[in-house]
Design a binder for this molecule. Structure first.
Ligand code: SF4
Ligand code: SF4
Length: 132
């Protein structure tokens, strides 16, 4: 009984584990809220800091890439396309499952995962969701 009570009281003073993002309190309309953010009328409640090994939006170093296509072979959802003419790749982030296998296999370290997770869009071909 005592350990349970201790835990209960501890939880009452601890900060919530959930992230109050992007607003401290749910706005009536998220669209209106974001419009007000753009106009500078209101501020976003900042997200929590991501841990060091977080797997967010993929980063591609085009200059380093040697066009070996190993990343394409290991990508489970086939999110990577080969651009034959340039011998470079294009990544469709909307398809990516953030497994990091392409990062692990790339022989020249041209791929890495960033901490960027703000990727929601109603357009899967949004320029923010294409990496090349
Ligand atoms: S992280 Fe995984 S799913 Fe995303 S592009 Fe790389 S291999 Fe494909
Ligand atoms: S594995 Fe690396 S070097 Fe090979 S195509 Fe992919 S990004 Fe380029």
């Amino acid at each position: 009984m005592f350990p349970m009570l201790k835990q209960l009281l501890g939880q009452m003073v601890r900060k919530p584990f959930t992230n109050l993002f992007p607003a401290k309190y749910a706005p009536k309309s998220i669209k209106k809220f974001m419009e007000n953010v753009e106009k500078g009328k209101t501020k976003i409640n900042p997200p929590i800091t991501t841990p060091p090994e977080f797997r967010g939006k993929i980063v591609y170093d085009r200059e380093k890439c040697i066009g070996c296509q190993l990343c394409i072979k290991v990508c489970p959802p086939k999110a990577i396309e080969f651009k034959k003419e340039e011998k470079k790749i294009r990544i469709y982030v909307a398809r990516c499952i953030f497994c990091s296998q392409c990062n692990d296999i790339c022989p020249v370290g041209a791929l890495s995962m960033s901490s960027d997770f703000l990727l929601a869009s109603d357009n899967k071909l949004d320029e923010n969701l294409i990496v090349e």
